[in-house]
Design a binder for this molecule. Structure first.
Ligand SMILES: Nc1ncnc2c1ncn2[C@@H]1O[C@H](COP(=O)(O)OP(=O)(O)OP(=O)(O)O)[C@@H](O)[C@H]1O
Ligand SMILES: [Mg+2]
Length: 354
């Protein structure tokens, strides 16, 4: 957006040639794999096939101008667990098992400060569970993680929020019988935890209320929701509730915001608006971790992409690296095969605390 550098200007020569040549080779190979699956008479799930097509071919128009944050990643090798120059979030050996199922098994994951970092991967890959763990909404089977250099392993969600790391949920958590403004005001208390809600009614709260209300109004304006300020969240559209949830997360002025499928179920006009907000937040210095299935969105907005499959990080890189990555293509093909066996289940629905 701001750079007039060539996209690969700061990258090592090897990287430039890898993106140029690798894309065609992998695209050809991925297309072959689908063709051979079709020859074998396997049913192709249309949505997965479409998603895979997008991984292969998406986005000639992708991010030709890099954000400053993306440029800081120019020399970073595209491989799972790679170290970043200035990570804001670092996860080590984080695993979560549910009975016999290993939902998350991340050896090393670093998120570069100031970037839009996307987490992608097929349904059930462990993206939401990873969010739940690092944001304090679930407990890991093993592992440690740090935020801004501080160990926050096992810390509760409200304390993590107070440190400046917040998340939204795949299924929105707006309280439908409260107004938009009231939802926002609760966002400000996230750091205190819900058991402190009764303190809202105490006189000591009143002093802070004005400041918090002013901030809530400012954010409602910013997210184009000012006209719904006094409406119940239950009367808002799904897309407006997604906006409200993002606005509410911003009440604590976070350094890192984790968005779990903010675009899901949102109409195209609002999607554009959400994307604009996400980019604007990044440009102001907020780090964004985004879980999203729409490859066009991912490829156009992300500075860095991390792909999960079966709980593990199987690939990392810039959009160019990812669209030509064999492991990513295989993961989507593998998920298609699993779906063909298990029966259709477009949205896996296992996540605790979504
Ligand atoms: N509370 C739970 N109990 C048992 N299994 C769970 C629980 N939460 C998640 N899982 C399982 O863990 C795996 C990872 O799920 P998760 O929701 O993290 O995937 P995801 O990548 O977010 O998928 P999607 O893209 O569909 O949202 C899935 O197999 C899921 O069924
Ligand atoms: Mg999920």
């Amino acid at each position: 957006m701001k750079s007039d550098d060539d996209e690969t200007g700061d990258a090592p020569a090897g990287f430039a040639s890898m993106t140029a040549e690798g894309a065609h080779a992998a695209a050809a190979e991925g297309a072959d794999a689908v063709a051979s699956a079709m020859d074998e008479g396997e049913a192709i799930d249309p949505s997965l096939a479409a998603g895979r097509e997008k991984v292969l071919h998406a986005q000639q128009e992708t991010a030709h101008e890099l954000s400053p944050a993306a440029r800081a990643l120019a020399g970073v090798t595209a491989e799972p667990g790679v170290h970043k120059p200035d990570p804001i979030l670092v996860a080590d050996q984080v695993s979560r098992r549910f009975g016999g199922l290993t939902a998350v098994d991340v050896h090393r994951l670093e998120v570069q400060r100031g970037t839009i970092t996307a987490l992608i991967g097929p349904n059930g890959a462990g993206k939401s569970t990873f969010f739940n763990l690092v944001s304090g909404f679930d407990k890991p089977t093993s592992g440690t993680w740090s935020f801004n250099g501080r160990d926050i392993t096992g810390m509760s969600a409200y304390r993590i929020a107070r440190l400046g790391m917040v998340r939204t949920f795949q299924l929105t958590k707006a309280l439908t019988r409260m107004t938009a403004l009231e939802n926002m005001m609760l966002g400000a208390t996230a750091q205190r935890g819900e058991r402190f809600l009764p303190s809202l009614l105490r006189p000591s709260w009143k002093g802070q209320e004005k400041t918090i209300e002013a901030r809530a109004d400012e954010l409602l304006r910013r997210f184009n929701l000012a006209h719904m300020r006094d409406d119940f969240a239950g009367t808002m559209s799904g897309g407006q509730r997604k906006l409200l949830e993002m606005a509410r997360a911003m009440m604590v002025d976070p350094a890192l915001i984790m968005l779990d499928e903010p675009m899901a179920g949102v109409n195209p006009a609002l999607t554009q608006s959400l994307l604009g907000h996400i980019q604007a937040l990044r440009d102001e210095g907020t780090t964004i971790i985004l879980v999203e299935h729409d490859m066009d969105v991912i490829m156009s907005i992300s500075d860095w992409i991390i792909c999960f499959a079966e709980g593990a990080v199987i690939a990392e890189g810039r959009p160019d690296d990812i669209r030509s990555n064999h492991a990513v293509i295989d993961a989507y093909l593998g998920a298609r095969r699993a779906l063909a066996t298990d029966g259709p289940d477009g949205e896996s629905d296992g996540g605790a605390g979504r």
